[in-house]
Design a protein around this ligand. Structure first.
Ligand code: FES
Ligand code: FE2
Length: 447
């Protein structure tokens, strides 16, 4: 028997608010042959850090599937089904060979593409290697991360080479963070810049710059090719207007701009602080696999620390369940505590979405549509590279000196967000240095 609206709104109504509402399986279940799992299997995703692939194979779990990742003695990476095609011994105990990996149990030898090279206990001329291939996925390595494509070979997209992978003077430092909760509650966080005001600033103390504590003017826009969402996030800070642009590329790539940004001087699109993927491990675990970007134009206050970036470590507070105790999490909660505490799989039916959640709602709507499109046979759109082969991206900071006047400042912030968002979007076709010069020239002309 469900409660009446009056009972739900009455004081001390715990009894009436208890609910058995379940999760949202269409968006949260990603195992083999689930609609969302199939959708994820249309994209390249990072599955490990290169440094995890050492002398032995490493077991990895992605989209509910058990796999092993290894580097053979000739240097090639392989990502294979974990259980041997013969009688299912785990290939994490396999012996790395010059070419491929050899199962410890009866010595079958598998190449990185799944070809069975040897079945040493079988008679000469055994038909097994001709008739069978072991489950294998294509793998690609970039700047200390190992990416894989787990979908149908005929639908394999180009590797998503973003323009932020090779910015001048930029160093990419890989890291990975394990989260014991569903992927979506982690991936949707960048669509919610308002949590920076509260979680990261006002509720405990400033995790980043105190300017984050100002309520921003935020607008979200689906990209016209439906590959993601572009948002503008605008604040007044002293004599500056700080426009932060960001994007989520479906299904789960985000690029927060400079995380230690201090809006104390003018800046024109200096780069991003993080490029990250949220990768479903299974329905109740996920992993952020990412790069921190370090370059001379970011983090001018010198708060970042590349020596604190790696496996389950990153150089800002509240991101892992490994580096801090439960008590430290209670005293100074961060993204990790907020997102993991939503539950192993959060229950959307129990939420009360509000005005600050427009981006989260849009993200879920776009995901749901893409998942349903794929079920209906329409492959998801992939971001298109520019003339130089790189995919232009939209995340960055534009900070302009605009002294406070007697104009309505919130309206001014809204207009600046729209104008600068338009400029950042409009200059996507230019190479980075020219793009930055154009953004500066056109942004200055607004003041
Ligand atoms: S179980 Fe792998 S070779 Fe027999
Ligand atoms: Fe956050």
């Amino acid at each position: 028997m469900s409660a009446t609206p009056e009972q739900r709104a009455s004081p001390y109504n715990g009894y009436h608010r208890v609910s058995e509402a379940g999760e949202d399986p269409e968006l949260t279940h990603t195992g083999p042959r689930t609609p969302c799992g199939e959708y994820f299997r249309r994209f390249w995703m990072p599955v490990a850090m290169s440094e995890q692939v050492g002398r032995h194979a490493v077991a990895v779990r992605v989209l509910g599937e058990e796999l092993v990742l290894f580097r053979d003695l000739s240097g090639r990476l392989g990502l294979l089904h974990k259980h041997c095609s013969h009688r299912r011994a785990s290939l994490e105990y396999g012996i790395i060979a010059e070419r491929g990996i050899r199962c410890c149990y009866h010595g079958w030898l598998f190449d990185v593409d799944g070809t069975i090279l040897e079945v040493p206990g079988e008679p000469e001329g055994s038909p097994i290697p001709r008739r069978l291939r072991h489950g294998a996925y294509p793998v690609r390595e970039h700047a200390g991360l190992v990416f894989a494509y787990l979908g149908p070979p005929e639908a394999e997209p180009a590797f998503p080479m973003l323009d932020t992978f090779s910015l001048p003077g930029d160093e990419l430092v890989p890291y990975a963070i394990d989260y014991p909760c569903n992927w979506l509650q982690v991936a949707e966080n960048p669509m919610d810049p308002f949590h920076s005001v509260f979680l990261h600033t006002r509720v405990t103390r400033a995790h980043f710059n105190p300017a984050w504590g100002t309520m921003p003017v935020v607008e979200w826009h689906p990209l016209e090719d439906r590959t993601g969402i572009f948002l503008t996030n605008v604040r007044r800070w002293q004599e500056f207007i700080w426009v932060r642009t960001a994007e989520v590329m479906l299904p789960a790539i985000a690029q927060p701009p400079d995380i230690y940004q201090n809006p104390d001087r003018e800046k024109f699109f200096p780069g991003v602080g993080i490029t990250k993927w949220t990768v479903p491990v299974d329905d109740t675990h996920c992993r952020i696999v990412a790069w921190r970007h370090f370059n001379p134009e970011l983090d001018l206050d010198g708060k970042g620390d590349r020596t604190r970036v790696g496996l389950n470590r990153v150089d800002f507070v509240g991101q892992t369940g490994v580096e801090r105790s439960y008590e430290e999490g209670l005293a100074l909660p961060g993204d990790y505590e907020a997102q993991v505490s939503q539950g192993a799989i959060t229950r959307h039916a129990e939420e009360q979405l509000a005005t600050t959640d427009k981006g989260v709602a849009l993200y879920r709507r776009m995901l749901r549509r893409a998942i349903r499109d794929l079920e209906a046979g329409r492959e998801p759109p992939q971001p298109r590279p520019g003339p130089n082969g790189e995919i232009p991206t939209l995340a960055g900071d534009v900070i302009l000196r605009v002294p406070v006047s007697n104009r309505d400042d919130r309206s001014l912030q809204r207009r600046m967000g729209q104008e600068i968002g338009h400029i950042v979007h409009d200059t996507m076709g230019l190479p980075r240095p020219a793009r930055r010069a154009a953004i500066e020239e056109r942004a200055r002309a607004l003041t």
